[in-house]
Ligand binder design. Structure first.
Ligand SMILES: Cc1ncc(C[n+]2csc(CCOP(=O)(O)OP(=O)(O)O)c2C)c(N)n1
Ligand SMILES: [Mg+2]
Length: 330
């Protein structure tokens, strides 16, 4: 794959859009954690701080109609794929105005209008689902690509290996995006994974495997864009490994003192919004452009939080709906 292909040029417009997405993810995560801390919301949350650039740049390589399957740690992916903030916040708050009428919560976000097809809590289980979506697009002759986004730990699950094998055999239009944040719960990559490069696992399934710096917006975008173009052209799947970092504990509130201080400090610098701001401003994006984006995003989040808080929870009777194709008896 030619990563410097001019059709995947990192234009000022793209740089602005990636900054907007990354800033939106960063501030949404921050606002959500603050609300959990002060008791305004009470729900399990898997923080995405550190992985903002990875999702913002990777999802920018997709079209709105392309499919995404992500995980419990999927806030960054869902926002970067275009879920409206109001609907996302309402779902996080368990309200009837949310993407899943408040019945999914943070672990089960689904919003087909922007291609977010499912968000699962079972590690690795979304990967074969992305295959199914890609296969449906292939059978229908649609020009759609499906992306499975998952963690480094998920690459040790059987479903990962089975799905990569079948995707390769059937040349499915799918991209396997492994966000290697170095930890699976409290276990380091080295303690639970037989290889140091997850991309190398692609060789066992006859598909290209590419590693990239997922904290470098340009490299992340171009690596993903090349994989998406390959899938769309009918040339089959790619395994993309994005090196990124989880700057918090596994779940909000969990202890993460097992992460060495120096490692965390170095990652905080590499993944910081300041560093991204600097990178983006090198791309003919002015200070006033950036300030305007920040102002607009801050207002969008406040509007979404207010919308979520004033929305009603689902009626208890709603539990009978949206499970089976037909309504269940009361
Ligand atoms: C099949 C299965 N096994 C174990 C768990 C418990 N569990 C939840 S998240 C997680 C770690 C997954 O790590 P990784 O795939 O690297 O994703 P990350 O949380 O780092 O984004 C584990 C073991 C689970 N949800 N599902
Ligand atoms: Mg991980």
């Amino acid at each position: 794959m030619n990563k410097s292909d001019s059709s995947h040029a990192f234009t000022p417009e793209l740089a602005r859009s990636i900054y907007r997405k990354a800033y939106l993810i960063n501030r949404t995560d921050q606002r959500f954690r603050a609300m959990l801390t002060n008791g305004e919301l009470a729900v399990a949350y898997y923080p995405v701080r550190g992985q903002e650039v990875t999702a913002a740049a990777a999802m920018s390589a997709l079209q709105p109609e392309d499919y995404l399957v992500t995980t419990y740690r999927g806030l960054h992916d869902s926002l970067a794929k275009g879920i409206p903030s109001r609907l996302l916040w309402a779902e996080f708050a368990g309200k009837r105005t949310g993407t899943c009428k408040g019945k999914g919560g943070p672990m089960h976000i689904t919003y087909p209008p922007t291609g977010v097809m499912v968000t699962t809590g079972i590690v690795g289980s979304g990967i074969p689902i992305a295959n199914g979506l890609a296969m449906a697009a292939q059978i229908r002759g649609e020009n759609r690509v499906a992306v499975a986004s998952f963690g480094d730990g998920a690459s040790n699950i059987g479903a990962f290996h089975e799905a990569l094998n079948m995707a390769s055999v059937w040349k499915l239009p799918v991209v396997f995006l492994c966000q290697n944040n170095q930890y699976a719960e409290h276990t380091t990559l080295a303690a639970g994974t037989s290889v140091t490069s997850i991309a190398e696992r692609a060789a066992g399934y006859g598909m290209p495997g590419v590693s990239c710096d997922g904290l470098d917006p340009e490299m992340m975008y171009q690596t993903m864009a090349a994989a998406v173009a390959r899938a769309r052209a009918g040339d089959g799947p790619t395994l993309v490994e994005a090196h990124t970092y989880r700057l918090q504990g596994h779940i909000f509130g969990a202890d993460y003192s097992y992460i060495p201080k120096e490692e965390l400090k170095a990652a905080e610098e590499r993944a910081s919004m300041m560093r991204l701001r600097q990178r983006i401003s090198e791309r003919q994006v002015t200070e006033s452009d950036l300030a305007q984006i920040e102002q607009e995003v801050d207002a969008e989040i406040e509007d979404a939080v207010a919308f979520a808080l004033k929305s009603d929870p689902p009626d208890p009777d709603e539990i009978r709906f949206d499970i089976y194709e037909t309504e269940q008896a009361a």
